[in-house]
Design a protein around this ligand. Structure first.
Ligand code: DGL
Length: 292
């Protein structure tokens, strides 16, 4: 492992490409290895034990490729397994929750923030904990109120020391993103159904707390309107990556870089969405198995 070793990135599928695209833009001289665990997507509906096992297996695969830094470009895996991975592996690790929480705090003027994510991310309260930690309010008592009875309408209101946070799981957004259905009628209607509750709560900031969701940004922005800033943790995460590479003096010294892609199922499907989203050809892609 040296300066010219690649950065390893994993997600359950295409979602982490939102972070990869930002790495390409900000750190064009860095080699990357992206792993999309497309055989086991979605992670958001699985138990914490399963998500942690998948995350360990993905990390082991990337560590064997001599990566110099790991980016967990999945909110669910970051929410549930970041600490365990940091404790177990000796490479530097960056998740997407803290950068997203910082960006939300930097954006809100009214202290009314919405957070959408997978069921796993929302249940973990990772964003609330991170927001409290950043505000130095580590152990504030939070008051949680459940709104709505029907599954689609259900969201939570959390009050924590002057901050009002609304959280909502939007599981179907992941399938829409994986399908490439991001702006069609089905996408727009689904977004409207999921977000109508949060829309009424006068939030000024909405965290897209799942790396798949920025793929639906256009439809989400249309429903939430111009007064709500959408936070996509990719930008902040890549700032953290840049900072960490500089602190550790691990910046690439080469301009002959390789961008490799691995998936655990159907490279064709991944290519279709991936190339469209990244706006460039994916040259090296291979189907592999992890955890065997
Ligand atoms: N992209 C992922 C996230 O950020 C996970 C989607 C899923 O696998 O459910 O949470």
């Amino acid at each position: 492992m040296d300066n010219n070793s690649p950065i390893g990135i994993f997600d359950s599928g295409v979602g982490g490409l939102t972070v990869l695209k930002e790495i390409f833009r900000v750190l064009p001289n860095e080699a990357t290895i992206y792993l999309g665990d497309t055989a086991r997507v979605p992670y958001g509906i699985r138990s914490p034990d399963t998500v942690t096992r998948y995350s360990f297996e993905n990390t082991e695969f990337l560590v064997k490729k001599s990566i110099k830094l790991l980016v967990i470009a999945c909110n669910t895996a970051s929410s549930i397994s970041l600490e365990a991975i940091k404790n177990h592996f000796s490479i530097p690790v960056i998740g997407v929750i803290e950068p997203g929480a910082k960006a939300a705090l930097g954006s809100t003027k009214t202290n009314r923030i919405g957070i959408i994510g997978t069921e796993g991310t929302i249940k973990s309260n990772s964003y609330i904990n991170s927001i409290n930690a950043i505000r130095n309010k580590g152990t504030v008592a939070v008051k949680i109120k459940d709104h709505g009875t029907k599954y689609l309408d259900r969201y939570f209101k959390i009050e924590a020391d002057g901050m009002v946070i609304f959280t909502k799981a939007c599981p179907l957004f992941v399938s829409l993103a994986e399908e490439g259905w991001t702006t069609n009628d089905v996408a727009r209607l689904t977004v409207k159904h999921y977000l109508s509750g949060l829309k009424k709560e006068n939030i000024d900031t909405l965290v897209l707390g799942c790396t798949h969701y920025p793929l639906l940004k256009e439809s989400i922005a249309e429903v939430m309107g111009d007064d709500v800033s959408l936070i996509d943790s990719a930008t902040e995460t890549v700032k953290e990556i840049k900072k960490m590479l500089s602190v550790l003096k691990l910046e690439s010294k080469s301009d002959k870089i390789q961008r490799q892609f691995y998936v655990t199922d159907s490279p064709e499907r991944f290519l279709l969405i991936g190339e469209r989203f990244l706006g460039q050809k994916i040259e090296h892609i291979e189907k592999i198995a992890v955890g065997i």
